[in-house]
Design a protein around this ligand. Structure first.
Ligand code: BG6
Length: 489
């Protein structure tokens, strides 16, 4: 049974409280933590948005959000009501002067030493203004913390502006930059697998690894977020943050401790070693795609342009050959791929080992070993090995997985959503799973070069039918190097 250690009492203020992320993820996550007894009764959760609502209607919204987005939980109504007693709503227009922020000041009165947290689930263009107003309205105390949702800007310059502006009110050690992929079970398990097993680390390098694949495939389209997404595209939305963070955890050197800065310093070194992609190399190393109409699970699906209501050159798919120029990884490609409206929802890290040096079993020698870390759905780890097929009559080699599937080994345990862990880490003040400013800068610096190279070469996205695994060029990216994507049926 998982153990839940209660966190200290807190006041959590969620800006953008009526938005999709808040209702889909943040409030359902808080509800689960409350039901597991992790949230002390003195804690308060204050939703803030521009809408003219009272606390009762907001609670209703939160309840409906939970029923809609978390239907499998089947939570007792009485317990849900108990949780909702901790939830209030305050109407604030984030752009209004601090003199109009009295509602929030009142709601935060009598905090009795509760840890104060401001969660900014709004457009990044509001981050600096909100931080300033919090200071002017004197609700940001010297110990209060701020949580910034991604995207932090849309390039290095805008991310610097945000970090400078927010940094004038909140020090770095009170700034929690969320990348929810770091809160996923398998992602944390990757660190344990690498650094708690003597078996793995000695083979984790160019000596034995042929290449690494990171795939985050989604079936959903842009789900009413077209206005944001069209200005962003898959590179900014997924690669600059989630996928580069996964790459870092595969590639980093062993941190000396699990201390936040020890881990983040090692991640930064990986980001700094990423080879730049420029106008000369961009065509050979990247593929941009956009979905056209197609079928997903037999259902017809509209094209991106139709969903958006206008033609667009934004990529909804990207595949990249990334390279990490250090001694451990020189010559080992990291193939990265993400897309909307692909055939199946599947996020996986595949570490593909080299072939045996001499095929002494002849043609029937099996496939090279693979370590497959499945992030979602069905979290788990599988190591594909070659075994002798049982029975007499010749020696046949069969490739079979050694299954560390979480469901089988740890059956009956509910896997918390990434946000549940991350929200509780903010209350505990544990920064290990949050991005440090220099990491965000380094990731943007690399992404900016790639974006500039696309711009310079005028690469239009290649179309792929919804329900496919991206455009054909993505298959060729690997096939040209004698490799293929791991796309099990
Ligand atoms: C978000 C992106 O950060 O991650 C979305 O903005 C994407 O476009 C989402 O759908 C994917 O998260 P998950 O946890 O469902 O894989």
């Amino acid at each position: 049974m998982a153990e839940f250690i209660p966190v200290p009492p807190f006041d959590l203020v969620v800006f953008g409280a009526t938005g999709d992320l808040s209702l889909r993820k943040l409030f359902p996550s808080l509800l689960h933590r409350f039901l597991d007894g992790q949230i002390p009764p003195q804690s308060r959760i204050i939703g803030v948005a521009r809408s003219d609502l009272d606390s009762e209607s907001f609670r209703k919204m939160v309840h409906e959000g939970h029923l809609k987005f978390d239907p499998k939980s089947k939570i007792d109504e009485a317990k849900c009501d108990e949780f909702l007693k901790h939830v209030e709503y305050v109407r604030v227009d984030a752009t209004s002067p601090a003199t109009e922020w009295g509602g929030l000041t009142d709601a935060l009165a009598n905090g009795n030493g509760n840890i104060r947290i401001f969660y900014l689930s709004t457009a990044p263009s509001l981050f600096v203004t909100i931080a300033q107003r919090l200071a002017e309205a004197s609700v940001a105390t010297p110990t209060s913390r701020i949580v910034l949702e991604k995207p932090i800007g849309r390039d290095l310059a805008s991310s610097r502006e945000i970090n400078d502006g927010v940094g004038r009110v909140f020090d770095e050690h009170r700034t929690f930059r969320i990348d929810h992929y770091l809160g996923k079970e398998t992602v944390q398990n990757l660190l344990v697998l690498r650094f708690a097993n003597m078996l793995i680390e000695p083979i984790w390098s160019r000596a034995t690894i042929d290449h690494v694949q990171i795939t985050v495939a989604e079936q959903i389209g842009v789900e009413g977020r077209g206005e944001y997404y069209d200005k962003s595209g898959a590179l900014r939305d997924m690669v600059q943050n989630h996928i580069l963070q996964l790459l870092c955890l595969v590639a980093l050197e062993s941190p000396n401790t699990m201390d936040a800065d020890a881990i983040r310093t090692e991640k930064l070194k990986v980001l700094s070693a990423l080879r730049r992609i420029d106008a000369k190399t961009v065509a050979a190393k990247t593929v941009r795609g956009q979905y056209k109409a197609g079928l997903i699970d037999g259902r017809p699906v509209a094209s991106y342009a139709e969903e958006l209501g206008k033609p667009s050159r934004t990529e909804t798919f990207v595949a990249i050959k990334a390279e990490v120029d250090n001694w451990r990884w020189a010559g080992v490609p990291f193939y990265l791929r993400t897309g909307k409206r692909m055939g199946a929802r599947r996020s996986e890290i595949v570490v593909q080992f080299k072939d045996t040096p001499v095929p002494i079993f002849g043609a029937n020698t099996g496939a090279p070993n693979k370590l497959v870390l499945r992030l979602q759905p069905d979290e788990g780890v599988r190591l594909w090995l070659n075994m002798k097929e049982p029975g007499p009559g010749g020696l046949r080699v069969k490739t079979a997985p050694l299954d560390l599937s979480f469901a089988e080994e740890f059956g009956g345990v509910r896997y918390p959503d990434a946000y549940e862990r991350l929200l509780m880490d903010v209350v505990r003040g544990n920064l290990s799973l949050f991005m440090r400013r220099d990491e965000v800068d380094a990731a943007w610096d690399w992404a900016d070069d790639l974006l500039a190279a696309w711009e310079e070469t005028g690469q239009a996205p290649k179309l792929y039918a919804a329900g496919e695994n991206g455009p054909d060029q993505s298959t060729l990216l690997l096939a040209n190097e004698g490799r293929s994507w791991w796309d099990p049926e």
